[in-house]
Design a protein around this ligand. Structure first.
Ligand code: GTP
Ligand code: MG
Length: 197
C-alpha cells in the first residue's frame, strides 16, 4: 500500500469544503508540534509531502492524502499551543473535533503524543471525545530518538496504564521516530489492514 504513490488531494479550511468521503480514512491528531505532518511524510516516504515546521501551528487545514486509491491520510491542525491567535486555534479545534465525530469514513484516529512529555489534559479530552463517539484510536509516541531507553519505557508504561480507562483506545501503543525511521514499518503494516480492496 505505502509502496504505491500518494497524492495530496485537498486542504479544507472548513467542514463545508471536505472532499468526498469515498475511501477509508485515518486521521492524525495531537498537540501542535508533536510530529503529525512528519509522520505522514515518514509513512509515505516523501519528505515534503506534508509541510512541517519548528513553529507550532504549521498545519492549518485538514489535509487529505490519497494512498493508491485505497486509503486517505488526514493530517490535521494541532491542539494546544500555537503561534497563532486564540480565535484561530479555537476554530481549528472545533473543526478537528467536528470532523472526527462526524466523518462516516473515519476508520481510525492516531493520537500522537511526544514521548518527552507523555499524555496531557488536552490529549485526555480528545480521547474522551473519541470514546464517546466510538472512533477507534491508537496512541503513537513520537520523537523517540529524543528520549533515553529508560525514559521511553516509563512513558510507555504510564501511557498504557492511562489507556485502560479509554474504551475506544487500542491497548497497545506505537512508538516512532520519523527522523530515524523507527517504528514506521510497523505502523504502515497496521494501517494497511484498514485500506479498501
Ligand atoms: P503542527 O502542524 O504545528 O500541529 O505540528 P506537527 O504535529 O505537524 O509537527 P511537525 O511534523 O511539523 O514537526 C514539528 C517539529 O518536530 C519539526 O521541527 C520536526 O522536524 C520535528 N520532528 C518531528 N518528528 C520528529 C522525530 O521523530 N524526531 C525528531 N528529533 N524531531 C521530529
Ligand atoms: Mg503539521
Amino acid at each position: 500500500l505505502f509502496a504505491k504513490e500518494c497524492d495530496f488531494v485537498w486542504g479544507a479550511d472548513a467542514l463545508n469544503q471536505l472532499p468526498e468521503a469515498d475511501l477509508p480514512e485515518v486521521a492524525f491528531a495531537g498537540r501542535s508540534n508533536v510530529g503529525k505532518s512528519s509522520l505522514v511524510n515518514a509513512l509515505t516516504g516523501r519528505k515534503t509531502l506534508a509541510r512541517t515546521s519548528n513553529t507550532p501551528g504549521r498545519t492549518q487545514q485538514l489535509n487529505f492524502f490519497n494512498l493508491g486509491n485505497r486509503l486517505k491520510l488526514v493530517d490535521m491542525p494541532g491542539y494546544g499551543y500555537a503561534k497563532e491567535s486564540k480565535e484561530k486555534v479555537e476554530a481549528w479545534n472545533h473543526m478537528v473535533r467536528r470532523f472526527l465525530r462526524g466523518r462516516v469514513t473515519m476508520q481510525r484516529a492516531l493520537v500522537l503524543v511526544d514521548s518527552r512529555h507523555g499524555l496531557k489534559p488536552n490529549d485526555e479530552e480528545i480521547m474522551e471525545m473519541l470514546d464517546r463517539t466510538a472512533v477507534p484510536y491508537v496512541v503513537v509516541l513520537t520523537k523517540i530518538d529524543k528520549v533515553k531507553p529508560n525514559e521511553l519505557d516509563a512513558v510507555r508504561k504510564a501511557t498504557e496504564a492511562a489507556l485502560k480507562k479509554h474504551p475506544a483506545a487500542f491497548p497497545e501503543i506505537h512508538v516512532t521516530s520519523s527522523e530515524k525511521n523507527i517504528g514506521i514499518a510497523e505502523l504502515r503494516a497496521s494501517l494497511a489492514t484498514l485500506a479498501a480492496e
